[in-house]
Design a protein around this ligand. Structure first.
Ligand SMILES: CC(C)(COP(=O)(O)OP(=O)(O)OC[C@H]1O[C@@H](n2cnc3c(N)ncnc32)[C@H](O)[C@@H]1OP(=O)(O)O)[C@@H](O)C(=O)NCCC(=O)NCCS
Length: 121
């Protein structure tokens, strides 16, 4: 998503993660053999909401994202809900491959971008 300035969002993102945690979400981190964080995901075990999933670009395609998602599913209450930017075909394809289906559409109130709501199973 090159149109989004993620660096400018860092302070907001830090607060956002803290808010998720305070509301009961778990933050899962994937680390490599050198203990470098190469991916993370959040899951709220009460609501099934996965607010975040991201992997370092140099770890794309090497199984980190499926491993994180497997742990998210294990900690979820039998289902997982997420929203994804519609203009993020790699993520949409990934979620479809991992058993998610589109159940609705909307607009992200923060970015104004079109999003798809997806659910597993
Ligand atoms: C989304 C994300 C976690 C997926 O992890 P990943 O390691 O890239 O996923 P994988 O490589 O296992 O799977 C990606 C799939 O998309 C496909 N793909 C890659 N680029 C694509 C494109 N431009 N259009 C469509 N499909 C694409 C791959 O071929 C693969 O599908 P396949 O297994 O059927 O061949 C990771 O890309 C990421 O962190 N992206 C940035 C953050 C993000 O967008 N998070 C999701 C926000 S909801």
């Amino acid at each position: 998503m090159p149109a989004i300035d993620f660096t400018a969002r860092l302070a907001w993102f830090d607060r956002h993660l803290g808010g998720l945690q305070a509301a009961g979400a778990i933050i899962l981190c994937a680390v490599d053999a050198s203990d470098r964080v190469i991916g993370f995901a959040t899951i709220d075990p009460a609501t099934g909401e996965m607010d975040q999933l991201a992997v370092a670009p140099d770890a794309f395609g090497n199984g980190v994202a499926p491993a994180l998602l497997a742990e998210v599913k294990r900690r979820a209450p039998g289902f997982v809900k997420l929203s994804v930017n519609r203009d993020n075909p790699r993520a949409v394809r990934f979620y479809e491959r991992e058993g998610f289906r589109v159940v609705g559409a909307g607009v992200n109130p923060g970015s104004g971008l079109d999003i798809s709501h997806m659910e597993w199973p």
